[in-house]
Design a protein around this ligand. Sequence first.
Ligand SMILES: Cc1cc2nc3c(=O)[nH]c(=O)nc-3n(C[C@H](O)[C@H](O)[C@H](O)COP(=O)(O)O)c2cc1C
Length: 170
Amino acid sequence: MSKFIETDPSTLRDNPFSMLGKDWALVTVEDPDTGKVNTMTVSWGAMGVLWGKNTVTIYIRPQRYTHEFLEKTDHFTLSFYDGMRDALTVCGRTSGRDGDKIANAGLHLAGEKEYPWFEESKLVFCCNILYRSAFDPAKMADGVDEKNYPAHDYHDVYVAEIVKTLEKAE
Ligand SMILES: Cc1cc2nc3c(=O)[nH]c(=O)nc-3n(C[C@H](O)[C@H](O)[C@H](O)COP(=O)(O)O)c2cc1C
């Protein structure tokens, strides 16, 4: 098992736009009732500061299996990888409803209760949800709804405090 060290997110040197938009990340959640873990790829998200806390914001469409998990818990992890495009593609194209996509992606579960993540990560944010809301199409600028939501499946927004940051030791 690789060694991970706890670090301070304010010392990270990676660029948040490429971390999410270009390299992608995994949102991983444990069902508090069953202990089952699900994960999905995200490339939309935000990192910043809110209410005096370091936060991430993720945007999850309601039809995702992961959404069911997020609705039951206040915790998730957001994890980042070096490459691993094939694994992240499996996690972004298949649903945990239909099989063991964690195994299919070749990922190995690590982490602790409420904060599951993967041995293959290079960086992990352990997160506690602070705020949940749904996008309101009435408040979108012209064109946003038409371009992004032909099925009216508006994302739910989860703003979460980063309570622990783990980096793979060199
Ligand atoms: C590169 C990439 C980025 C994605 N980003 C998001 C996202 O930010 N929000 C979202 O709801 N779905 C996103 N998806 C789609 C989900 O990852 C995908 O539907 C996944 O199969 C859901 O798995 P689940 O049903 O097990 O939760 C993305 C997919 C890919 C390939």
